[in-house]
Design a protein around this ligand. Structure first.
Ligand code: NDP
Length: 242
């Protein structure tokens, strides 16, 4: 059977790159989005059915245009993985509001943008899946994570709300909530004290974090369930994580 279009945001590194690989290996046509397209082009993929666009998920028009362009070639989006995200740690007393804004725009607005772009088609076709990448920080608090936690609690809240709204149209909305994994996520943190605190926390868990491959496998597992089955959420973390 012809496989349907899968759209993955934040495909240039970390979880997104692994999710791209697993769906590429399974033969799905892909639209891979990120701002650093050179990194996406360097992934070990079979590029026969892969479209790559430089899209900032906070730019609604660019996001929408890229999806329309891919759908003109590959047909309607059947899976959107809203994975793009940013984590800028810092104490609320000292962190720049610009960093809060970046996290809320990317992690919350970016996810809402993607959902609004693909949902009309999915609800009309009565088929489709959206998997939003949240975090364990979308369920519990972590020191120096106030705005990030706010953004990921937001992802949990909006996902479950929209899941209820579209369930009657046979459209699935799922959440993946990973624990710590060593991707490029921490490389954007500017606050040195937060990085030191993170290092100490990681040491306390024996230095073991999640392998991004297992997050990608989780996304694939959710999607591979029959359309009549919606795995609403999977929390996944290194066994050693507290
Ligand atoms: P990475 O930093 O490796 O990947 C983040 C991805 O998001 C990159 O591909 C980046 O691409 C993209 N991105 C960031 N901002 C934007 C934007 N404005 N527009 C488009 N793309 C953007 O981190 P991870 O792989 O770890 O993060 C992926 C998701 O997983 C995030 O939502 C993160 O919050 C979540 N997560 C991560 C955990 C971890 O410990 N690593 C734990 C729990 C959740 P580019 O810069 O090219 O635009």
């Amino acid at each position: 059977m012809e496989k349907s279009l899968v759209v993955i945001t934040g495909a240039s590194s970390g979880f997104g790159a692994e999710i791209a690989k697993i769906f590429n290996q399974a033969g799905f046509p892909l639209l891979l989005l990120g701002r650093r397209v050179e990194k996406i082009k360097a992934l070990p993929l079979n590029f026969d059915k892969v479209m790559i666009e430089a899209v900032d998920v906070t730019d609604y028009s660019a996001f929408e245009a890229s999806i329309k362009q891919a759908e003109a070639v590959y047909g309607p989006t059947d899976l959107l993985v809203n994975n793009a995200g940013v984590m800028l740690l810092g104490n609320v007393l000292t962190q720049s509001p610009t960093e809060w804004q970046t996290m809320l725009n990317t992690n919350v607005m970016g996810v809402l943008n993607g959902m609004q772009i693909v949902l009309p088609n999915m609800t009309e076709r009565k088929h489709g899946t959206i998997i939003n990448m949240s975090s364990l920080a979308g369920k519990k608090t972590f020191t120096n994570h106030a705005a990030y936690v706010a953004s990921k609690f937001g992802v949990h809240g909006l996902s479950e709300t929209i899941r209820e709204e579209v369930s009657g149209s046979n459209v699935r909305v799922s959440l993946v909530a990973p624990g710590a994994a060593e991707t490029e996520l921490l490389t954007h943190v500017t606050d040195q004290k937060s990085l030191i605190d993170y290092g100490a926390w990681k040491d306390s868990m024996g230095g073991i974090t999640l392998d991004p491959v297992h997050v990608a496998e989780t996304v694939k597992f959710i999607y591979d369930m029959p359309q009549a089955v919606n795995i609403r959420e999977i929390d996944i973390a290194a066994t050693a994580q507290d």
